[in-house]
Design a protein around this ligand. Structure first.
Ligand code: NAD
Length: 485
């Protein structure tokens, strides 16, 4: 059994000062596959010191030079793709094909930010157009400094790529803390850093939980900014910790995203997109479109098509060919979802499909794909993020009602619109409060487009040029015009 009791600090593997070890579990076999240190404040001290020492040289390196390292990350991930897919699948429980999508997403992200790092050189010192004679202003983009990056367990290697790639591109040095539930895939990032000869201290990787690493990292005065992805509860704690010293935060938090199926949609086609939006990754997706707003004219055929597709899903070994859905990532997450299923029972929700409709594999943290229809708007299942394979349907009778109910949420991460009329879909999209809005498609996540939410879904944006900006400080140098400059 693997023992992850070492931290990666200053390009060295050093023994963690933490005395607690946490089990890392394969959610399909329920076996302990590794042990990981819970970490300790002393680990954070050492990692932040290393990152601070590395900052002056790294931040003054050209963007083009930094891009070379990011391309290196992409190349090694590409070469190790198959092995890391299996590892991700084993640690997280996601089916192999989905792990492949994750790897491709991560690789595309490192490549994209290599391009952004190169482009940054040309953006330095650009003249700003002024409405004043004889004055010159030039704009520069400096790195934010040492950044603390904290990620959850649902998309290993992806959520870290969305932070690490732009942070390194910007010239920041990094302390990354992956989730203690899925530490194995991120372990590879330290191996990659060594393989591409990343200068010592630029990337530090700390294993541990919230108490051992997350909280001290968020509160550390040597950390200039914290970028966090995870739950609202912890995101708010991170924000409070970073408030000491008025340090910056970026937060990617929860969601309760709607999917709108209008009366001009083809129910069969719509059903495929609805399924992809909720049962992918066993529903453990921050952007899961877990609120289905369906026009009453197509509700009956849509629910019939969904029931048929749910029945056809194969649940089982995530590594086996032909498996559509794996187990949930932890027994804890399964319990959290079951809590909502008990509420649904108390509320006597109208069940289309639940546990009673399927034989589950005997081992593994499985849950059946669940579908309710006519869920009341005041139900907790309609309002709260469940983070599992649970879809709640509600019928609407007009476009206006669909828009109002879609926006009637504390969250605003994503939305999908399905309509036979693309112009209409875009018109509806322009009125929705969400960072990512898809129409007539699966959830296409592209490195060039932004990621992040309105309202309680977070603060700031990842990906695209906005992802880079969140690790940059803008600086202007202003003075008398210098001829020939
Ligand atoms: P979580 O908030 O429990 O944990 C996230 C990370 O924070 C983990 O690494 C954890 O160890 C760490 N942590 C725990 N306590 C901490 C503390 N006090 N200070 C600092 N760090 C601490 O979330 P989770 O269960 O791992 O992930 C599920 C949540 O993440 C869901 O709410 C989901 O919506 C959200 N999420 C959001 C996005 C997005 O892009 N918006 C993406 C993925 C997941």
């Amino acid at each position: 059994m693997q023992r992850l009791d070492q931290q990666f600090i200053d390009n060295q593997w050093v023994r963690s000062r933490g005395s607690r070890l946490l089990p890392v579990i394969n959610p399909y076999t329920e076996e302990i596959i590794a042990e990981v240190t819970a970490g300790d404040t002393a680990d954070v001290e050492a990692a932040v010191e290393a990152a601070r020492r590395a900052l002056p040289a790294w931040r003054t390196m050209s963007g083009a030079e930094r891009a070379g390292y990011l391309d290196g990350f992409a190349e090694v991930l590409t070469r190790r793709r198959d092995e890391l897919m299996r590892l991700s699948s084993t640690n997280n429980g996601k089916v192999l094909a989905e792990a492949g999508i994750d790897l491709d997403d991560a690789i595309a992200c490192y490549r994209y930010y290599a391009g952004q790092a190169r482009a940054l050189d040309a953006r330095q010192g650009q003249q700003v157009e002024l409405d004043m004679e004889g004055v010159e202003a030039r704009c520069y983009h400096d790195p934010a400094g040492v950044v603390g990056l904290i990620t959850p367990w649902n998309f290993p290697l992806v959520t870290s790529a969305w932070k690490l790639a732009p942070a390194l591109a910007a010239g920041c040095t990094v302390v990354l803390k992956p989730s203690e539930v899925t530490p194995l895939p991120e372990h590879a990032l330290a191996e990659i850093a060594l393989e591409v000869s990343l200068p010592a201290g630029v990337f530090n990787l700390l294993f541990g939980d919230g108490e051992g690493i997350g909280a001290p990292l968020s509160a550390h005065p040597g950390v200039d900014k914290v970028s966090f992805t995870g739950s609202n509860r912890v995101g708010e704690a991170v924000m409070r910790a970073a408030a000491g010293g008025s340090r910056g935060v970026s937060l990617e938090l929860g969601g309760k995203s709607p999917i709108l199926v209008m009366e001009d949609a083809d129910p069969e086609q719509a059903a495929d997109w609805v399924m992809a939006g909720i049962y992918f990754n066993a529903g453990q997706i921050c952007s899961a479109t877990s609120r289905l707003l369906v026009h009453e004219a197509v509700a009956a055929p849509l629910f019939a098509a969904l029931a048929e597709r749910i029945d056809a899903l194969t649940l089982g070994d995530p590594l086996a060919e032909g498996t559509d859905m794996g187990p949930l990532t932890s027994s804890r997450q399964r319990e959290a979802v079951r809590h909502y299923l008990r509420i649904a029972e108390q509320e006597e929700l109208d069940v289309v499909r639940d546990e009673r409709h399927r034989q589950l594999p005997v081992q593994g943290y499985f849950l059946a794909p669940i579908l309710y229809r006519d869920v009341p708007l005041e139900s907790r299942l309609w309002q709260e993020e469940i983070f599992g394979p649970v879809l709640c349907g509600h019928s609407i009778s007009s476009e206006q009602e669909a828009i109002e109910l879609a926006n009637d949420s504390d969250f605003g991460l994503a939305a999908t619109i399905i309509s036979g009329d693309a112009t209409r879909a875009k018109r509806i999209g322009s009125q929705l409060q969400a960072g990512s809005i898809w129409f007539n498609s699966d959830q296409l996540v592209l490195p060039e487009t932004g990621w992040g939410g309105f309202k309680r879904s977070g603060i700031g944006r990842e990906l695209g040029p906005w992802g880079l900006s969140s690790y940059l400080e803008v600086k202007h140098i202003v003075g008398p015009e210098t001829p020939g400059n």
